[in-house]
Write a protein that binds this ligand. Structure first.
Ligand SMILES: [Zn+2]
Length: 407
């Protein structure tokens, strides 16, 4: 099984003919097909295979009970109309790197694992990294039971329908205690490597990020008969707030996005009674993120008051900065740099995207490798990495696994 042939097998699964994007949502048919593919890859290679209590899949070379395992992997699910690379590149590269190690005749002295974390994108139940969060104890069983999809199906019922026993979900500290290092390879979601001219980079940190819901409540009325002066139109305050978010992000050197909106009553000839907008903001440091969110909130309050509209702001989620393990990061930099060529340095870069590796970094030493993405586009069918760069990623991951687990 080459990288190319594995990639070709996964390519049609969950792909929308209309958009060309992927709809591999947790515990759906496309997810089931991806999981079957993972299991087959494990079995074809004679690896030990298991699904853990939270629905994450594991393939093992060597007995994980020996402890101090080196694990690599990523996820196979997608955002709505996502690209082919976010997630699958890490999983396919993991199997390809293992094949490369075997071809080299490398003998692992530590157990080697490959993982497919379930429901990383949170496309169906609205919370990202559910599989790794549950395992790391960062999502309570009670909160997981409350997760519900757009059709009103709860996470436990969805798991059950897909053949996974939902009564088993919960923290899994024994499993994590057996892992000495986790390395996730991922397509870069930005252009840093393209700009620096490198195929592969090492992650330094995941930026702090969060989601805030802004509820602007006004008064519904007839769009034709209500004088402008008599209106309490929440859309106006919302629109000005969107512009404020852009301004504050530019000032702080951060990013801020209103990408989702709900309008009531949502009629073309009605002044809205409610506009609900979701702000996603991320920055390299907590102080910058605070500056953005405070600035947007103050602007929203001002605009709401000016239009006679009520405002409520709710923080729906927040993840503080995640610094990847410095010792492991330095080891990766040495393996991929000096060990290959005394003159070679590998770029170390931060990212505004969340990952399972970020969740696990609270429990075990964790690192990430990024593979160049020439346009930086991600979470879109246009997401791309050249096959040469993917192969460079596989070789880098193989060197890392050999350096960590075979010496
Ligand atoms: Zn991902």
């Amino acid at each position: 099984m080459t990288f190319h042939s594995m990639w070709a097998e996964l390519l049609p699964i969950g792909r929308s003919p209309a958009s060309g994007g992927y709809r591999r949502f947790a515990w759906t048919g496309a997810d089931r097909d991806c999981r079957a593919w993972f299991k087959e890859q494990a079995e074809t290679r004679g690896l030990g295979y298991e699904t853990d209590r939270n629905g994450n899949q594991w393939a093992w070379l060597g007995d994980p009970a020996r402890g101090d395992a080196v694990v690599t992997g990523s996820h196979l699910d997608s955002v709505p109309d996502g690209g082919a690379f976010d997630g699958p590149l890490g999983v396919v590269s993991s199997f390809a790197a293992l094949d490369e190690l075997r071809a080299r005749g490398a003998e692992p002295t530590r157990p080697l694992g490959i993982v497919n974390f379930g429901d990383e994108e949170g496309a169906r139940f609205g919370l990202a990294c559910v599989g790794s969060r549950l395992t790391a104890g960062q999502l309570t069983v009670a909160d997981a039971h409350r997760l519900t999809d757009g059709d009103g199906i709860t996470l436990p019922r969805a798991m059950e329908a897909a053949g996974h026993d939902p009564d088993t979900i919960g923290p899994d500290p024994e499993r994590l205690a057996r892992i000495g290092a986790f390395v996730e390879l991922h397509v870069e979601q930005g252009r840093a490597l393209d700009l620096s001219g490198d195929r592969v980079g090492i992650a330094s940190a995941i930026w702090p990020h969060g989601r805030w819901r802004f509820d602007f409540a006004g008064e519904a009325n007839h769009a034709g008969t209500t004088r402008l002066a008599d209106r309490r139109d929440p859309m106006l305050a919302y629109a000005e707030t969107v512009l404020a978010a852009r301004r504050e992000a530019e000032l702080a050197g951060a990013v801020a996005t209103f990408g989702k909106i709900a309008v009531e009553p949502n009629g073309v000839n009605a002044i809205p009674s409610l506009v609900r907008g979701w702000l996603d903001s991320r920055a390299a440091g907590q102080d910058r993120l605070d500056a953005v969110v405070t600035g947007v909130r103050e602007a929203a309050e001002e605009y709401a008051a000016a239009h006679g509209v009520d405002l409520a702001v709710v923080r729906e989620s927040f993840t503080p900065v995640v610094e990847f393990d410095h010792a492991l990061r330095d080891e990766l930099a040495r393996i991929l740099g000096k060990d290959r060529d005394p003159q070679l340095t590998v770029p170390v870069l931060g990212t505004g995207a969340g990952h399972d590796a970020g969740i696990l970094s609270g429990s075990i030493p964790t690192a990430m490798l990024f593979v160049r993405n020439p346009t930086g586009v991600s979470h879109s069918p246009a997401e791309f990495a050249a096959e040469d760069d993917c192969v460079a990623g596989v070789l880098a991951l193989a060197d890392v696994l050999e350096g960590l687990a075979c010496r």
